[in-house]
Design a protein around this ligand. Structure first.
Ligand code: PNS
Length: 179
């Protein structure tokens, strides 16, 4: 029987519930799913590579055919090096399509044997992105239900003291304290 190994590449800064939804779906249809975290030296990430690796390993520990790794350089080269024949990407809304199509076709030009497979996350994650999670958290908004509890806590630990105060709730009124 054919063994199909897929690569799910991304920045995962931070991992969101949408990413986990896609990982769970991918783990059901592929024999093996490698989540490849891009080591991107251009951007200053919120979470370091070791932090993202650790969080994703903990969050996917229950999925026995999922492996978490880091990569740098061309994604198609990394996919070949791990014998992945598919690339998994999520499409949330029509707005994702143009960018994803361009990337998929360019990757096909670079490596014609690698197929990109698109999957849709659950509707409740269709407006969710790591960038919005970072922005909301930095501005003192609630990121509950957008990221796993573990990630929520790690983000709170990183916020500056003024934002942490906004996130804290007054023990008497249960309302958010104003910074
Ligand atoms: O989570 P993201 O930031 O949308 O993921 C983008 C990612 C990592 C899939 C993409 O930037 C990528 O594959 N980068 C590796 C470098 C590469 O292969 N570039 C050519 C893309 S056509």
């Amino acid at each position: 029987m054919r063994h199909i190994s897929a690569l799910y590449p991304g920045s995962f800064d931070p991992p969101t519930n949408g990413h986990l939804d896609l990982i769970e779906r991918g783990a059901k249809i592929f024999d093996e799913l490698v989540v490849g975290i891009l080591r991107n030296s251009e951007k200053v990430p919120m979470f370091s590579l070791p932090e993202r690796l650790e969080m994703l390993k903990v969050l996917t520990a229950h999925l026995k055919n999922v492996r978490i790794e880091a990569f740098h350089g061309l994604m198609v080269e990394y996919a070949k090096s791990i014998d992945a024949t598919c690339v998994l990407r999520g499409i949330r809304a029509v707005s994702d399509y143009e960018y994803e199509l361009q990337m998929a076709l360019m990757n096909r030009k670079l490596e014609p044997t690698l197929e990109t497979v698109f999957m849709m996350p659950a509707e409740q994650y269709s407006y969710l992105s790591s960038r919005l999670v970072r922005e909301i958290a930095q501005l003192g908004g609630s990121i509950k239900d957008l990221v796993p509890e573990m990630v929520e806590q790690r983000i709170k630990d990183k916020l500056d003291p003024a934002v942490k105060l906004q996130h804290a709730r007054d023990p008497k009124t249960k309302k958010r304290k104003r910074a």
